[in-house]
Write a protein of this length. Structure first.
Length: 294
């Protein structure tokens, strides 16, 4: 059966929670605060952590943060009491898997633990399956609305982390390169916006972009994205439906007189952060390649 680490500075509450889970055959161990809990996890990781929020030494929020960082496969369930609602919400956003009000432990705790353990088991199975995968191709279709690409950037970063292709520093740089590539595809490709308009103090660039997002043919154009992951590299191809351009005609942003210019900055970041960058002949498709760095 599962082992539950119960973290609470109140011995009565620890014993109450233990009585509920031990009744169904689960094993328990105890800590009085977050620091003590981390020492126990280091020695013998439990299957799930059940923690109070307001404790001395290290509170529940910091404990959730540390477990997510160092022991991400161990789920954390919060025990909430009146007055701890705000910190509970923060802990859920930080990485806690679920919560149970202390007033409802007898009714809800066992069911909640079983739900969380099932989800954690499915996640471990997924990770084991991914460890056997050597090749994956993902195809996405994006519109032209502002911000459409942002969830996809985050998803691709998570895939790179899952495939262990790069560290956190590179993930940020790759995210920047992808953002610039998507902005180029949507704004300069599908919406055909001229970078020179950005220098207009009256916001002409933004106004024209908003107008074309509602105007045919611009509003019907799509961005096709193909991500090809292997154990050695990721290749991401982004293709818009605009007329294309010749990247050789962009001013070199590294030349002193061009440093203040907007044109070419995004492409400079893309080329700096990726290992290889290629365009098709039309100039409406860019391929970004990043080799494994771990």
């Amino acid at each position: 059966m599962a082992t539950v680490l119960i973290v609470d500075d109140n011995p009565i509450d620890r014993r109450l929670a233990a009585g509920v889970v031990e009744k169904v055959g689960m094993t328990t161990c105890f800590a009085r605060h977050g620091k003590e809990a981390l020492e126990i996890i280091e020695r013998e990781p439990p299957d799930v952590v059940l923690t109070d929020l307001l404790m001395p030494e290290m509170d529940g929020l910091e404990l959730v943060e540390r477990i997510k960082k160092d022991y991400s496969t161990i789920p954390v369930i919060l025990m909430t009491a009146h007055g701890s609602e705000e910190i509970a919400v923060k802990a859920l956003h930080t990485g806690a898997a679920n919560y149970v009000p202390k007033a409802n432990l007898t009714r809800d705790l066992v069911h909640t633990i079983r739900e969380v353990l099932t989800a954690a088991s499915m996640k471990r199975d997924e990770q084991r399956a991914l460890a056997c995968m050597n090749d994956a191709k993902l195809h996405f279709d994006l519109g032209v609305q502002a911000g459409d690409h942002e969830p996809l950037v985050g998803y691709l970063q998570e895939q790179l982390r899952t495939w262990k292709l790069c560290g956190d520093a590179d993930l940020i740089r790759i995210g920047t390169a992808l953002h610039e590539a998507f902005v180029n595809a949507v704004e300069h490709g599908n919406l055909e916006l001229d970078s020179g308009l950005r220098n207009d103090p009256d916001g002409a660039y933004q106004r024209l972009g908003n107008q074309r997002r509602r105007q045919k043919p611009y509003c019907t154009r799509r961005v096709q994205v193909l991500a090809h992951l292997t154990r050695e590299q990721v290749t991401i191809t982004i293709r818009d439906q605009g007329p294309g351009f010749d990247p050789r005609h962009l001013p070199d942003p590294t030349v002193p007189e061009n440093i203040g210019k907007i044109s070419g900055r995004g492409l400079l970041l893309i080329r700096t952060f990726m290992d290889d960058v290629r365009f098709n002949e039309t100039g409406n498709e860019i391929t970004l390649i990043k080799k494994k760095s771990l």
